[in-house]
Every structure is written in structure tokens, then in C-alpha cells.
Write a new protein. Structure first.
Lengths: 507, 450
């Protein structure tokens, strides 16, 4: 397949500006009222926004969209991101006026429909994860992690464990885990993975104690491996008085097969924009749920949707809860999409998601396991689940081709790159997650391109090094752009730099 | 269910082919490493229901959504106010090249996304009169919370001062974040200057939050003075503003704010039962501030051929690199809504922001004028109001509210829900979506019931 991305060389929207144009018609039915404001209140500086017509705005952003790449264009096998297909029916349903026009502070009687959807979603997510209750009042996955860490903190404060200030996190964890633990005020205790790529039990035992607040774990982990000692891990942590927090980013590969609640986890967060098909939107908005078991349910963020004889309602009451993490109730349209997704698939379909995504991962491994360019670190025989991490280290050693080079060559072939250089415990890591949405043909082609890189590298490594050529721009000089004298975060800074305004020489 | 349309490899034929290659008989063999006692059997998922066809799901969801009551925008006078939502905003946000994309970790293939984010940052910067804007936070409340944490890191102090009458939902979110790191908040009624100075005397305050307009819509007339007092005590000013006001109202940069935040929902995104939000965080050109900013920042650079190219910059602040030493845990943000907001800001442009601001200003004044003529209510407060006004009723507001709801209006927010001393006071909002006639109709209904 010959692939070439659109190259529009699109100027900034500011550069379309021409005095007097407008993109919106605003009418005035209060001409008799004046708009005089005193100097103490009024804007003095000139508003430097562009003046453009609706036509130009429409063309500009449509052209920009053509220089973007998403799941609707081809595979986006970013590991730990679960870039599955975003069903169109979900988009339609969430854009109903009965969602978009709903006011967040309408009386509960007015909003029984959306509350019912949220309530059912809470229940279904609790069932899927083996928890007792869920709160949807978080806007994204990392917010759910913060919620989980705060719940653990509050629990210990309530139960006389004020001195429990250590959160244990494996070295293979997502970066958000330690960052969230820090935001909850914990000291992060990093434990190494063992030779099989899973939690090292001896290392774990050596760090648990009366300062242990809990552990943040993802299972399957970021290597795609199931933590087979999970029951013992749970036992070690619980015996020490700690709680287990489950990072839901990797839930896709075990949906309907195994549940965090049965593994011993006390708190789970879920990314609706990963596992439950709602789009990533180029980085957000996401959606989430944080769920808990037993006594930990008291600590869930508020509000939670509940039901009594009068109907559904938002429960804001909070005696032990950690409080609120959003000005309202999270990203509601995302909830509607996730609800429609779960209903579409049913239990059988969700299980099929886990089976098909895992089958895809292992089929891909089979295609590349004999390749000389890549290795599969940590227990290569163990089946992977949602994702696999391969290493381009052999390529680097033999031909100087790095994970980054591999990524750029994949782009040239019209495929998005894997997550690279993560997890940190794998050198030249390529973290690949096809999800259940990818076709056999694309998986085979992906493997073929990886092999092709090695073939080309043997003859002419510079051909790989010069990738990408078929994208809207060529390789970007990132180090240059990050130098203090080169930082340009806005058009305003660019203007000032060009004019030589004092103070803007460097950041 | 044999094959599913969203899972191309789920047909028995393809599964068979894949299993043969793997040399196994059953895909469940790939789950043999999971302890047997926690493996679910097939029946375990039955309570989640049977798969539904597209038309069945549509019917199911629509039947539920049908139970939601929708008020026409010009009947909603309760904050957060509805605002215009141009069709183009929705259409651009509906481009699946955008919405099915991930965070642009591979910039060469994501220039369109990155440029749109850069334009969002740029237009917010011009609107706010600030230099650096991040690529978004979850909503205004979390943007405020993280800005306060940012000020703590910059100043190495852990107390913030806010107006006692700050938006209560923002207060709630800020307190959750403060609980995490062990920070403290102090509340000063109306940011009264003498009280503020007293609180600052201690020297342990990292930031003062200046909300303008206030939660009840009042435009502060002592902004410079508040900033001076704060800066004289070695603290930062975090401004909380309404982006739609800034075409005509003094922007944060003009009065010396160090950090500015806002809720971008009003930039064409719609109400959506309170989410999508769009958290805006801006800072002035100061390395100390910018290096402590949370979230992604998009910058302009060059490719190997010297063409302009956009990329994520200053990433060493972020969790995927810095882990527990990151400036925040944020990863997923509100990216797509920033594209919507960029479209909105581009459509409005310089003149649109001024006209829209004037429209809201006039409508607020008109509503306050009509309300002040009512025998049954007072309109407290002097000076200038933007988009909101408090109203003090002489009878039970609960009764007024109930009757207005019955007449098809969503009337002001009962402030006694948040402050005990606000009995029978309500907060009404008004915006460009309210015609002169709809404002008059509201006041007529209030006259009838109050």
C-alpha cells in the first residue's frame, strides 16, 4: 500500500485574519442599554484575536483534521491505551439534545433518564470489576487514581493509621501511579520486577510494614503479563494492614474472564475511554469510574447516583468520603457512550473482547518471535493479554536503529506507532496493543513491516533513520524546540519574540 | 453470537486460523496463567445481559433519555448559564480524524491536532493577556486546584486564600486536592482588603485566588489593589475568570496575575449535564511558573527541512517521564474540547468577543433593572455585574422556585443551599441566549408568584 498523508502547509488561523470579517452573527435587542464601564473594570489592551469568516474557519480546521490520524484511519496500537474502534451509534446517542442540553443543576425529577443510565452504569461496572459500588464523579483515569490514593489515605486516618505514609508501586507501573500517590501525600516505595516481569514477592515482603498504606498495581501489568501471584500479593498487603488499588488501564484483556474484586483488590479505577470504547479525542475528554469493595465504599468520591422509592437521585452526603474531584459529575456524554457499549455487547460480548484482544496479541507475538531484530523480554513463553512489549535492542546493537526509528518507519507505512520507551524496565521498548478491533491482515502487515525494518537496516540503515517522509512534516527537532531560547508555546510569544520584546529572549 | 462487527477477528473461521498458528485448541488456554479459583465461567457474565443489535440499543438508550426534561435555553436562568453553541463547533469536533486519535505522541503524523491545540493555547493567551497556556485541564475547578498546587511548589508554602463566597463546587474540589498534599485554605469574605492583609502577615501564604466576576457576578473594582497586597506579601495571584467576559472586562494579565484559570465550557461546548468541562490554566512568561505548570503544553518548532512543526514541549514536567516528581498526574485531558473552543474563539474573533461581552453585560443590567422594580424582591449589590445577579426575595424562595419550575422556567440557584446566611437569596444568570422578551417574561412570572 502506498500511503501519503495530506500536506496542507496550513498557516495559523491568525494569518487568515482580515479587518472587519466575522465568523458569527450577534444580534442586539437591547440597543437602549449602554455598555459603559469604568476604567477599573474595563479591558484596555487590544484583543489580538483573528477576524475570519465561518467559511475560512470551517476549511482551516477540516484541513487540520486531514493531518491527524485516528482509529478510523488505521491501526493505533499504542500499548496501555486500548485504542479500539469507537462505535458510531454511541456518538449519535451521546449527542442527543436530551444529553447536551441537560443543565447540571436541574431538579432530580427532571433528569431521571440520565440518572438511570448513570446508576445502571455504576452497577454494571461494579459487577464487571467485582466491586460493591462505583462513583462516576471523576473526569479521567488519573483523576480516578488520585481518588483511589486519597481513599486509602482517608481510610487510614479514620482507622488510626496516620503513620501509614508509604505507597508501594512496582517499577513497571504507569507513570500516573507514582504521580497520583505523590498528590495524595504518600512516599512512593518502588519495588523491582522479578525475572518473569511480575512483582518480586521477596522484594514486596521486604518493604511492607506498619508504614504501608497500600499498593497500586495493574493486572495484567504493563508487560501484558498476568500477575499470577496476585492472591499472595493481596494476602501480604492485607496482612500488613494495607489496601490494594487496581489501575484499570489494562482491564481489556481480562473482561469477563477475571475480576479485580476476586483477586483481592479493594479499589479499582476504570478508564471508560479505553476499555469501554469511548473515543480518546486526541487526548481527552476521557471518563472514568472509581469503584470499591466493603468498607472502602464509604470513601468513594461524591456524588454517587442512588435509587429510592421516589426514583434516582444524586447523593452528596459524605461522612468519610474524600469529597469531590469535578465541579459536577464527570464527563457525562462519555458515560452515555460507555453505557451503550456495554449494553451492545452484553456479557458474552465483553468476554469476547478479552478473548479476541488476547488472541490478537499472541498471534502477533507468534509472527515476530523468531525475528532477529526484536526480543521479547521477560518470560517469552508466557501468554500476554491485552498487550505485549518487545524490545528493539537487537536492532540497535546491530544497526543503530532505535525504538524511535522503528516508530517513525511505521508511520511512513500508514500505521500509527506503538507506545515507545515504556515500561522503563525494557530497553528500546515497543509496547503494542492491537485491541480486539484490529484485523488479521493489519496485524500481519504490522509484523511484516517490523521485519522489513531489519532487512532494510542490514543494507541501508539511513533509510530508516530518515523516516518519516510520508507524513505532513518530517522528523521534528524536539531538542531544539525545548531549548529555553526556542520555547514558543503561543502565537503571542512568537509575535513578541519577532518584535524583540525585552524579557522574551528565553524562558 | 458468532462474529461481532466491532471485532474483525471474532469469526469462528478466523479464530480457527489464529489458533492453528498458535498451536492451541481453545483461546482460553491463553488464560491458563490466571489462578483457577478466580477464573470466571461463561455463565458469570450472563447478568450483564445479551448482546443487542444497533437498533435495540438505540431504542433502549433513547427510551431512557426521553425521561429527561429539557428547558429551552432562554428559559434557563440558573448558573451555569447556557451559551451559544455554533453548529461548526460540533461538526469539527465530530471529525473522526480528530476524535478517534490518541494524544499526539507521534507529532509528525499528528500535525493537525497539534496545530489546533496550539491555536487554542494561543487564542486563550490573547484573550487572557497571558503568555503560556496549557493544553487543558478537566474543568475550571480542577484547573483552580492544580494552579494552587502549582503556586505551592513555586513558593514552597502551603496555604491559599480564597473568597468565602467562591463557587462552592470549586471550593469542594480544591479542598479534596489540598487534603492530598496537606495544604490549607483560608476564606476571607469578599476578599476584604484589611482582612486579607492580616491573613497574609504570617508569610505562609503561597497564593490568593481572585475570582472576577465573583460567583455572584460582581465585577471587582480593586483588582490592582488586591494584586499589590498579595505581591507585597510574597504570594502569587491566581485569577479565576469567565472567558466570555474578557472581550470587554480587564483580563488577568492586565492587572498582574501570575496564574489565571477559567472554565471553558462556555466556549461553544454546551451544558452536557455539567461535563464536558474545559479547565483553562494560563501563566505569565516566567520560567519558575511555567516549569511548575501541570499538563501538556504544545509548542512550535521545526522539522528537519526547516518547516514549521508542532510538538509537545517541556515534557520533563510530566508523569510519563518524571513519575512521582511530576508536576501533576494528569494524562488524559479535555483535548477535543479545546479544538471546539478554538473553533469557537476563531468564529467570534476580536469583534465577536466584544459584542458578545457587551450583550451579556447589557442583559445582566437589564435583568437587574427589571428585578429592582419588583416589590417582592431586592437586588443586592452595587456596581457592575456580568452574567449573574443575586436576588433577595421577601418570601420563601423555595416556593418561588417551585412555581417558576411549574411555569417552565429553570430559575435561579437557591444560595441557602451553600450558605446558611443566604436565606431566600437566589443566584440568577443571564446570557446572550436570553432575548429581551424572555428576560421580561421571567420577571413577569416572578411578579406573579412572589
Amino acid at each position: 500500500m502506498e500511503w501519503r498523508q495530506a500536506v496542507w502547509r496550513e498557516q495559523l488561523i491568525y494569518e487568515y485574519s482580515s479587518k472587519g470579517k466575522t465568523g458569527i452573527l450577534i444580534t442586539d435587542d437591547l440597543k437602549e442599554m449602554d455598555t459603559d464601564l469604568p476604567e477599573t473594570v474595563k479591558r484596555k489592551s487590544k484583543l489580538e484575536l483573528p477576524e475570519v469568516s465561518e467559511v475560512e474557519v470551517a476549511r482551516h480546521y477540516t484541513r487540520l483534521s486531514q493531518m491527524s490520524y485516528g482509529v478510523d484511519l488505521g491501526p493505533v496500537p499504542l500499548g496501555s491505551c486500548t485504542m479500539k474502534y469507537n462505535p458510531k451509534i454511541n456518538e449519535d446517542l451521546a449527542s442527543s439534545e436530551r444529553v447536551t442540553m441537560l443543565h447540571p443543576l436541574q431538579p432530580m425529577e427532571d433528569v431521571q433518564g440520565i440518572l438511570e443510565i448513570m446508576y445502571d452504569l455504576q452497577q454494571m461496572l461494579a459487577y464487571i470489576t467485582g466491586m460493591d459500588a462505583c462513583s462516576l464523579s471523576i473526569p479521567a483515569g488519573a483523576s480516578g487514581e488520585l481518588a483511589g490514593a486519597l481513599m486509602i489515605k482517608k481510610y487510614h486516618r479514620e482507622t488510626g493509621g496516620e503513620n501509614r505514609d508509604e505507597m508501594i508501586i512496582p517499577d513497571s507501573a504507569h507513570g500516573t501511579n507514582p504521580a497520583s500517590a505523590r498528590m495524595a501525600g504518600f512516599k512512593v516505595i518502588t519495588i523491582p520486577s522479578n525475572n518473569n516481569g511480575t512483582v518480586d514477592l521477596d522484594a514486596l515482603k521486604s518493604v511492607v510494614g506498619d508504614r504501608t498504606a497500600g499498593i497500586m498495581l495493574t493486572n495484567p501489568n504493563t508487560l501484558g503479563l498476568f500477575e499470577r501471584d496476585i492472591l499472595e500479593i493481596a494476602n501480604i498487603i492485607h496482612s500488613a494492614g494495607g489496601k490494594l488499588y487496581y489501575d484499570g488501564a489494562n482491564l481489556n484483556g481480562i473482561l469477563g474472564i477475571a475480576r479485580p474484586g476476586d483477586m483481592g483488590f479493594d479499589i479499582v479505577h476504570i478508564n471508560l475511554h479505553k476499555t469501554f470504547s469511548t473515543p480518546h479525542g486526541g487526548g481527552g475528554p476521557g471518563g472514568g469510574a472509581v469503584c470499591a469493595k466493603g468498607e472502602m465504599t464509604d470513601y468513594l468520591p461524591r456524588p454517587i447516583v442512588r435509587k429510592d422509592e421516589k426514583g434516582y437521585y444524586m447523593d452528596f452526603t459524605c461522612s468519610k468520603c474524600i469529597g469531590r474531584l469535578h465541579s459536577f459529575y464527570g464527563n457525562i456524554p462519555v458515560d452515555v457512550k460507555a453505557y451503550a457499549y456495554i449494553k451492545s455487547l452484553g456479557g458474552e460480548g465483553l468476554r469476547k473482547v478479552a478473548i479476541t484482544s488476547t488472541l490478537n496479541t499472541n498471534y502477533f507475538i507468534k509472527l515476530i518471535e523468531k525475528s532477529g531484530g526484536y526480543s521479547i523480554p521477560y518470560d517469552p513463553r508466557a501468554p500476554r493479554k491485552h498487550e505485549v512489549v518487545i524490545s528493539a535492542e537487537p536492532l540497535k546493537e546491530k544497526y543503530g536503529i532505535t525504538a524511535d526509528d522503528v516508530a517513525k518507519y511505521l508511520l511512513d507505512n500508514g500505521f500509527y506507532a506503538p507506545t515507545i520507551y515504556f515500561p522503563l524496565i525494557v530497553k528500546e521498548a515497543l509496547m503494542i496493543e492491537f485491541t480486539e478491533s484490529e484485523t488479521l491482515e493489519n496485524i500481519e502487515e504490522y509484523a511484516r513491516i517490523l521485519e522489513e525494518i531489519e532487512e532494510i537496516a542490514k543494507e541501508n540503515p539511513s533509510l530508516i533513520k530518515e523516516s518519516p517522509r510520508n507524513t505532513a512534516v518530517r522528523r521534528i527537532k524536539a531538542a531544539e524546540a525545548n531549548k529555553p531560547k526556542n520555547i514558543i508555546p503561543t502565537y503571542r510569544v512568537l509575535r513578541r519574540k519577532k518584535l524583540g520584546v525585552k524579557g522574551y529572549e528565553k524562558l | 453470537m458468532k462474529a461481532h462487527p466491532w471485532m474483525p477477528n471474532s469469526s469462528p473461521e478466523t479464530v480457527k486460523r489464529m489458533l492453528e498458528k498458535l498451536g492451541i485448541k481453545d483461546p482460553l488456554e491463553l488464560f491458563n496463567d490466571i489462578p483457577e479459583q478466580i477464573i470466571l465461567d461463561e455463565q458469570a457474565v450472563y447478568p450483564l445481559g445479551k448482546p443487542l443489535a444497533e437498533w435495540e440499543v438505540k431504542e433502549l438508550v433513547e427510551s431512557k433519555l426521553h425521561k429527561n426534561k429539557i428547558y429551552p435555553p432562554n428559559r434557563i436562568f440558573r448558573p451555569p448559564c447556557p451559551h451559544i453553541t455554533p453548529a461548526l463547533v460540533r461538526h469539527i469536533m465530530g471529525r473522526s480524524e480528530f476524535y478517534t486519535a490518541y494524544t499526539p505522541y507521534q507529532p509528525e503524523i499528528s500535525q493537525g491536532l497539534l496545530q489546533a491545540f496550539f491555536e487554542y493555547q494561543s487564542m486563550v493567551a490573547d484573550l487572557f493577556d497571558m503568555d503560556v497556556v496549557n493544553a487543558s485541564h478537566y474543568d475550571g475547578a480542577t484547573a483552580l486546584a492544580e494552579s494552587i498546587l502549582m503556586s505551592f511548589r513555586v513558593k514552597k508554602k502551603y496555604r491559599v486564600i480564597m473568597d468565602e463566597y467562591i463557587d462552592p463546587s470549586y471550593r469542594a474540589v480544591v479542598e479534596t486536592y489540598l487534603y492530598g498534599i496537606g495544604g490549607k485554605a483560608t476564606y476571607v469574605r469578599n476578599l476584604e482588603e484589611e482582612r486579607l492583609k492580616e491573613e497574609l502577615e504570617n508569610g505562609d501564604v503561597a497564593a490568593v485566588v481572585v475570582d472576577n466576576p465573583t460567583f455572584t457576578g460582581r465585577l471587582r473594582e480593586n483588582l490592582e489593589s488586591l494584586v499589590d497586597i498579595t505581591h507585597n506579601h510574597d504570594a502569587l495571584v491566581v485569577s479565576l475568570v469567565d472567558p466570555l467576559s474578557l472581550g470587554i472586562i480587564k483580563p488577568p494579565g492586565e492587572y498582574g496575575s501570575d496564574i489565571a484559570v477559567g472554565e471553558g465550557r462556555s466556549l461553544g461546548l454546551g451544558l452536557n449535564y455539567g461535563g464536558y468541562g474545559l479547565g483553562i490554566i494560563a501563566a505569565k512568561w516566567d520560567s519558575k511558573l511555567v516549569r511548575q505548570m501541570p499538563g501538556r503544553i504544545i509548542g512550535l518548532g521545526e522539522d528537519l527541512d526547516g518547516n514549521p512543526a508542532y510538538l509537545m514541549i517541556l515534557q520533563t514536567r510530566e508523569q510519563h517521564i518524571r513519575r512521582e516528581r511530576a508536576t501533576s498526574n494528569i494524562t488524559t485531558n479535555e483535548a477535543l474540547t479545546t479544538i471546539g473552543a478554538a473553533v469557537f474563539m476563531a468564529l467570534l474573533g476580536r469583534n465577536g468577543f466584544i459584542e458578545l461581552g457587551e450583550s451579556i453585560l447589557k442583559k445582566t443590567a437589564y435583568l437587574r433593572m427589571l428585578l429592582s422594580k419588583l416589590d417582592s424582591a431586592d437586588v443586592p449589590g452595587e456596581g457592575y455585574y456580568f452574567g449573574r445577579t443575586p436576588v433577595h426575595f421577601h418570601k420563601s424562595y423555595m416556593t418561588v422556585e417551585k412555581e417558576l419550575l411549574e411555569k417552565g422556567f429553570l430559575p435561579g440557584l437557591d444560595l441557602s443551599r451553600y450558605w446558611a446566611d443566604m436565606k431566600d437569596k437566589a443566584l440568577f444568570c443571564v446570557s446572550e441566549v436570553h432575548s429581551k422578551k424572555s428576560i421580561e417574561e421571567l420577571v413577569e412570572r416572578l411578579e406573579e408568584v412572589a
